[in-house]
Design a protein around this ligand. Structure first.
Ligand SMILES: C[S@@+](CC[C@H](N)C(=O)[O-])C[C@H]1O[C@@H](n2cnc3c(N)ncnc32)[C@H](O)[C@@H]1O
Length: 391
């Protein structure tokens, strides 16, 4: 993946699409006395009905898209997630435990998990999918119909969380797609990043933060050895976990994403934050470029995740790197099985394992956190190298 600030020119149609979204954002700015928070900007750029990056057909997954996620790299990843899912599902009597996948992308992970759960005789009564994007729901249905047609009847798409259920919630790379606030600390002052409309374009503007925003930044306890210091936080986490906590009566939440424990997140040398954008496999740091056409994302503060989950009644049941988690969850066995079935794929399979596990690839940058509620099951994914102490 390349880092760049000069992006390829979008097609005329894509440009028109982005211009429509810019017009909506401009209206929103005018409605709000001339500025909106970065969080609101990101929310519109990614999720504005009919126009946001994830909501329309713009979001392109896989080798030809804007970026590639672990389930798209290899079914081995989803098979490991499935064996953890099976450990939870088997603790419930027949039909008692459901799976809920949040932000299911192309549906590849859902299809591969269902197939593996079937092999392990641990199919849930229902496999629910909640996604914000109607376009993706269509794609998910097609993917599951193509790869696991006989299990499609178990899958149900929902637009809000069930009133109550027991089982497991899975989300791969969903937290990093949540809208964030950006702040800058400079000479003892905290500024909140806003978006304004100036000289016929969207621009970023720093405004002195109000006291609630300042308190949130203070709670992060950043040493601020380097100033100006710019970074971000996810203000949606407490509400998100509270809602999940009301819905999930007992079970586990398994989240996989890139990020760090807080102490490593807000390091002095990371003084420009972690926000990045993906556009056709080019990484850039210009979130105001082509809203609606590119992904905007930030690393996850896993300490923040643990705190918000704890407040909502969950316990941190495990935290480790993706590499350790996959190794513990049976990656080698799944690799050997795939190899036996398709010996000619040896090179391809070995390459997939390397991408998922090597520290220089996804192995260390991605983490897995498990959050449990009223359920006493230890997941084998954390059986060695459980790093909760780092949170
Ligand atoms: C980066 S994609 C990851 C897709 C997929 N999980 C994968 O690994 O390929 C982020 C997904 O999260 C969804 N999403 C973002 N916020 C969400 C939320 N609050 N609830 C449910 N889905 C959400 C998006 O619509 C999108 O499908």
């Amino acid at each position: 993946m390349k880092h760049t600030q000069s992006l390829p020119e979008p097609s005329a149609e894509a440009l028109r699409h982005s211009e429509k979204l810019v017009a909506m954002i401009r209206q929103e700015i005018f409605r709000n006395q001339g500025s909106i928070s970065f969080r609101r900007y990101m929310e519109m750029a990614l999720y504005e009905p009919l126009l946001g990056y994830y909501v329309t057909g713009t979001y392109k997954i896989g080798a030809a898209g804007d970026f590639i996620t672990a389930p798209e790299i290899s079914p081995l990843f989803s098979q490991c997630i499935a064996s953890q899912t099976a450990e939870v599902i088997k603790t419930y009597k027949k039909g008692g435990g459901w799976v809920l996948e949040l932000g299911a992308g192309s549906g590849t992970m859902a299809a591969d998990i269902l197939l593996e759960l079937e092999r392990q005789k641990a199919l849930p009564e229902r496999y629910l999918i909640l996604d914000l994007s109607p376009d993706l729901v269509q794609r998910q249905r097609q993917t599951i119909a193509k790869h696991a047609a006989h299990l499609l009847h178990l899958v149900e798409w929902i637009s809000q969380l069930p009133e109550d259920f027991n089982g497991i919630v899975i989300a791969n790379e969903v937290l990093d797609a949540m809208p964030i606030e950006i702040f800058t600390q400079h000479e003892d002052k905290v500024y909140q990043h806003h978006i304004i409309w100036e000289e016929d374009q969207l621009r970023e503007q720093l405004q002195i933060a109000d006291s609630d925003f300042q308190k949130t930044v203070q709670r992060l306890q950043i040493p601020f050895e380097a100033t100006p210091y710019t970074s971000e936080f996810n203000p949606n986490l407490p509400g998100w976990f509270e809602t999940l906590g009301k819905s999930l009566q007992s079970g586990m939440i398994l989240l996989i994403d890139y990020g760090y424990p807080r102490r490593e997140y807000y390091l002095p040398e990371r003084n420009k934050g972690t926000l990045i954008c993906h556009y056709q496999h080019l990484v850039n740091e210009a979130p105001l470029f082509y809203p609606g056409l590119q992904d905007i994302t930030a690393s996850v503060d896993f300490t923040g995740v643990a705190e918000a989950a704890d407040k909502a009644g969950f316990c941190v049941a495990g935290f480790t790197s993706q590499a350790a988690f996959l190794a513990n969850a049976g990656l080698e066995d799944f690799f050997m099985r795939a190899l036996e079935n398709n010996p000619e794929d040896q090179y391809k399979l070995a390459q997939q394992v390397r991408t998922l596990s090597l520290p220089s690839e996804m192995g260390e940058r991605f983490k897995v956190i498990a959050l449990s509620k009223s359920l006493d099951v230890s997941l084998s994914g954390f059986s060695s190298l459980d790093q909760r102490y780092r949170l």
